[in-house]
Design a protein. Structure first.
Length: 69
């Protein structure tokens, strides 16, 4: 399985596409909003497990939107 690495810029873009605040994303993945802010500023590395979870949330939402068209 390929290792997943997500940088702050990518996380911000995904969060924007999901139309979520830092607080809302934090609640979804089980971390504090401060942690999300640190990830987005590349002050703290995101563990692969969280990156996979966020990508899964994004993929599911994208798939759901496709199905409604």
């Amino acid at each position: 399985m390929k290792r997943i690495v997500m940088v702050g810029k990518e996380l911000r873009a995904i969060r924007a596409r999901l139309r979520l605040t830092q607080v809302e994303l934090a609640e979804l993945v089980g971390v504090s909003s401060n942690t999300v802010a640190r990830w987005e500023r590349d002050e703290m590395a995101m563990r692969e497990r969280r990156a996979r979870l966020i990508q899964g949330i994004y993929a599911a939402k994208k798939k759901r939107r496709k199905g409604t068209r």
